[in-house]
Unconditional design. Sequence first.
Length: 388
Amino acid sequence: MKFDIVVIGGGLAGASLLAALKGSGLRLALIESRPPAPLPDDDSWDARVYAISPGSVEFLQSSGIWQRMNAARITPVHEMRVHGDDNAARIDFSAYESGVPELACIIENRQLQHAVWEELASAENVQIFCPAQCDSLAWQDSHVELTLADGTVLQTALLIGADGINSRVREQAGIGVDRHSYYQTGVVANFETERVHHHIAYQWFRRDGILALLPLPGKRVSMVWSANTALADELLNLSAEALCDRVARAAEYELGSMRLVTAPLGFPLNFVHARSLIKPRLALIGDAAHGIHPLAGQGVNLGLRDVRELARLQRQFGGIGDCGEFSLLRCYERNRKEDILAMGWVTDGLQKLFGSEDAAIMRIRNVGLGITNRLPLLKNRLMRHALS
C-alpha cells in the first residue's frame, strides 16, 4: 500500500496533523497501537488538562476538531496571576489588557483526543491502522518502507514521527537528543473549591516546586504541581482530606477550602530536545521533537505549532509535487527552530532560576518578577508569544 504521508503516533499532534490535511488530496495513514479510551457515560473529569492558546484554538477550529467538543466542559481563562516565592513579588496577565477574548481555554485531555479521532473518522483520505505497531523502517531514496507487526508493508513519501517523548521513530532514524531530568514529578488532580475562580489561573513559584491551579467549569480547578521528587511521593500518598488541606495551604487559601474530585496522578518531568527535526523522508512533531517543563503550560501548544506549520507547507506544496521533498522539510525545520529553542530556553531557565537556593538569585528572581509586572510593553511581548 502506497501513501503520501504516514504518521506513527495517534496522540494529539499526529492525529491533528491528519485532520488538518483531510480533503487535501493526499493519501494519508495513521499507525497507532491503541485508540483513545471512550468518553465515560458519567460526569467524571479527566485529571489531565491542557491550556490551549488562542492560536491553537483557531487551528483546531479550522481543522473541524474544536466544534466536536462539549462546549460546557471548556473553560476560558481571562486572567493569570503568578506569585514569586517571597510572598510579595507577583505578575498579572489580563485578556482585556492583551486585547483578546481569553488568554487560553482549559480542556480535558480525553475530550480533545476523542474529538480529533472523531474528525479523523470522517476523513475519506485517511486510513487508520489501529491497533497496529511498526516493526521496522527502511529508508529508500524515493520512499520509506514500513513493516507492521502483522506483516503488512506500507510505502510512504513522507514519514511523520509523532510517537512521544521516547520516540522509536526518532531512535530508528538515528536522530540524537539532548535530555536531562528535572528531578520533579508533575502531580495532577481536580478539586472543587469553596470560592469561585472567576476564570483566573493561578501559579505559585515555590521553593519545593511550582503549583498551578487552572479554572474548570463551575467551582472546580485543575491542579498541576511540578513538585520535587520527595514532595511528589508524599503528595501522591496523602489521604484525600490531607491532600486537599495541603493544596489549599500552598495556594494561600486563594480559593478557600477544597474537595478532591479526581485522584492524583504523577508523571516525570524531563527536558528533551531532538538535535534535528528532519532527515530525508522524515519529520518529527510534538513530543517526539521536544519536551519542555510544564511551568508555562505551553508544551501542547508548541506541538500544535509544529503541526500548523507542517500542514501549511504540505497544503501549499505537497499537493503539487513530492511531499517528502527534502527542501520542503528543511523549510519546516527552519521555520520551527526559533520557536522551539526560545520556548525550551525560557522554561528551562525559569525552572533553574526558581529552583536555585542561592540567596542572591532568590532576591533577583523576585525583583525581576515585580519589575516585569510594572512594564506593560514587556508583559505584552511575553503574552503575544504565549497567545500564538
